[in-house]
Design a protein around this ligand. Structure first.
Ligand code: ADP
Ligand code: MG
Length: 599
């Protein structure tokens, strides 16, 4: 397997070569930004400064809105909070005056804490309800700024902080804001490219699959709310300086909408798109200004056109790579033999045991006293008519549902019921009856998500691109590429997953599950929608996985596949075991034949 045996030096150069096309547009924008003072006047430098400050906020908010998919529409609140915290600290009207370069990080800390407070409802509230809660917070902050006169100056306001030389001129301050913007771009891009960025998109688009790979939604969200809150508050400090004097009126709802729309027209899951969106939205009103009476109208029309004509935003417009047509006569040719180089060989191992499991949905007894043993290095077939409880059984094992009665053990230890994120650490991986992949992510990224819990770098290490994160990324990417080779999809690694065929998605899910190097693999109808050739290849692949010592629980309708490769078969009917035994026994079992096999 080439991917696993490349030397670090080779990885490094190929890493650079793949990263370069992504970096060039950002460098281009930076060069243009640095040239601006030489080719324009004070007026444009002011607009440039404003765009840079907005971007400091939006680069963090982008992870919340564009990556995690939460409609945080009231982020002006955190800008306000940061602006007042910095101004009040520097003015010294509460505690002795603090230098502005110390006040900014303090505001960042305050913003991080409030970022989490504003964000926490996202764990329970969805879409518009969460949007409303962030708006509510924005109103509260403005009201406090108005009412707390002794500190904030109330309606009269307070002077914004002044920076020392050389940042006290328009040019100097512009340079400082560009530096902040460059650093926050770098940090948010680092997060986005790391396993944390992938996990955010996974929770957004395939939450159940993300949980099954061990990704914890609360931990992920708290990390990005801290990050986005801190950046928003720091942007607030800079904003107060730019305004020179702040009153609650400076923080309008329009500003909040601008932040949000910049991300919307930029495109979900992109950094470059929202950056361009921010620049466009900051410049647009200035260009439209000569048309005074019409400017708001034009602004609105332009926004509508952009959203209607490019639903994927600027990012989709710039995604040239995914416009190349794919070969239409592709076939999936797995190479199970390559597994030996990626997955370890197990000997012995624990038994996965279910006893007396019961689960009902209202009056429907989906599982009614089920006993099941899944043995390492064996394939256990689970068959039965539609609605007999096969998928529900997998959902109980993988912790998605908590059984009403009965117990589950792995070796001597009980498997905690109803805790899906705890299955991956126990070595239990699964696929889904309807493939749950992230359409907007590449095939490779989808597979890499399967190994999320193997990463060792912390969020901060990822944000600062420290060596341990690089190591994680190289390991995960190499393993994912190798596994794509095993399932026969390596040529599609860089293609967006929503462009693939259904059958290919099934194999992506298997590769993703194998990233865990699981002790047990639960497969829910992996052969559905596959051609006969593909089913044969799938059978060889499952056998090879089992030969490495993994216990496979295979839910399937294709009786041939079940009888060909299974060591044990359990037949379900109405949530109960109708029969259990070897394929040879089941094949001739009277009730099974009459009820299910139809012979
Ligand atoms: P199978 O996978 O064997 O086709 P399932 O396990 O999906 O069957 O379903 C078993 C029974 O439980 C069916 O009667 C189904 O309608 C019911 N069921 C499954 N999931 C739910 C749910 N989330 N809510 C209500 N009923 C459900
Ligand atoms: Mg099912």
């Amino acid at each position: 397997m080439t991917a696993l045996t490349t030397t670090p030096a080779q990885d490094e150069t190929s890493g650079w070569r793949t990263a370069l096309p992504h970096v060039v547009p950002f460098l281009g924008i930076l060069v243009l930004a640095l040239l601006l003072p030489f080719v324009s006047n004070d007026y444009w430098v002011l607009i440039g400064t404003r765009a840079a400050i907005y971007w400091v906020l939006i680069s963090g908010l982008n992870l919340v809105v564009g990556f995690a998919g939460h409609l945080a529409i009231g982020y002006v609140a955190l800008l306000t909070l940061g602006a007042y915290t910095t101004s009040v600290l520097v003015a010294g009207n509460v505690i002795p005056a603090v230098p502005v370069f110390a006040a900014l990080p303090i505001a960042g800390l305050v913003g991080a804490v409030f970022g989490v407070i504003v964000g926490l409802p996202a764990l329970r509230l969805r879409t518009f309800y969460f949007a409303m809660s962030t708006l509510g917070f924005a109103t509260i902050v403005t009201q406090i700024a108005l009412a707390w006169q002794s500190v904030t100056g109330g309606g009269i306001g307070i002077t914004g902080p002044e920076f020392p030389a050389p940042f006290n001129t328009a040019w100097g301050f512009y340079g400082l804001c560009i530096a902040f913007a460059a650093v926050t771009t770098w940090m948010s891009a680092n997060v986005a490219r790391s396993r944390f960025g992938r996990a955010l998109i996974a929770v957004r688009d395939a939450e159940v699959a993300a949980e099954a790979t061990g990704i914890s939604k609360p931990k992920m969200l708290i990390a990005i709310f801290l990050f986005a809150g801190a950046l928003a508050a720091i942007a607030g400090g800079l904003f107060a300086t730019l305004q020179t004097y702040i009153t609650p009126d400076a923080f309008t709802f329009d500003l909040s909408v601008l932040f949000f729309i910049a991300i919307l027209i930029g495109g979900r899951g992109s950094i470059l798109g929202p950056l361009l969106g921010t620049i466009i939205l900051t410049i647009l009103p200035e260009i439209a200004a000569p048309l005074a009476a019409w400017s708001t109208f034009l602004y609105a029309v332009l926004l509508l056109v952009i959203v209607l004509v490019m639903p994927g935003g600027i990012a989709a417009l710039l995604d040239f790579r995914n416009r190349r047509p794919l070969a239409s006569n592709r076939s999936i040719v797995p190479r199970p033999a390559a597994l030996a180089e990626i997955v370890r060989q197990r000997k012995g191992g624990k038994l996965l045991k279910l006893r007396g499991i019961e689960l009902a949905f209202g009056n429907v007894k989906a599982i009614d006293g089920l006993d099941l043993d899944v043995t390492p290095a064996q394939i256990h077939g689970l068959i039965g008519p539609n609605g007999s409880g096969k998928t529900t059984t997998l959902n109980v094992i993988s912790g998605y549902y908590a059984a009403k009665a009965g117990n589950m053990t792995l070796g001597d230890e009980a498997l905690p019921p109803g805790q899906p994120t705890l299955r991956a650490p126990c070595g239990i991986a699964r696929t889904f009856q309807t493939p749950r992949v992230i359409g907007e992510a590449s095939v490779l990224q989808n597979v890499m998500i399967g190994g999320s819990i193997e990463g060792r770098a912390t969020f901060v290490e990822a944000m600062l691109a420290l060596p341990r994160n690089g190591e994680d990324e190289r390991k995960l990417a190499a393993k994912a590429r190798a596994l794509l080779g095993v399932v026969g999809l390596e040529t599609l690694a860089d293609v967006r997953a929503d462009r693939l065929q259904h059958s290919e998605l099934r194999f992506i899910e298997i590769a993703r599950a194998l990233m865990l190097d699981p002790d047990f693999l639960l497969l829910d109808e992996p052969a559905a929608g596959l051609s006969n050739d593909e089913i044969e290849r799938l059978a060889a692949l499952i056998k090879a996985i089992c030969a490495r010592g993994t216990g496979v629980l295979l839910v399937e309708h294709h009786a041939d596949l079940i009888f060909d490769i299974c060591h044990q078969v359990t037949v379900l009917n109405l949530g109960r075991t109708l029969a259990a035994g070897t394929p040879a026994e089941i094949r001739v079992h009277k009730e099974v034949v009459s009820a299910y096999l139809g012979g």
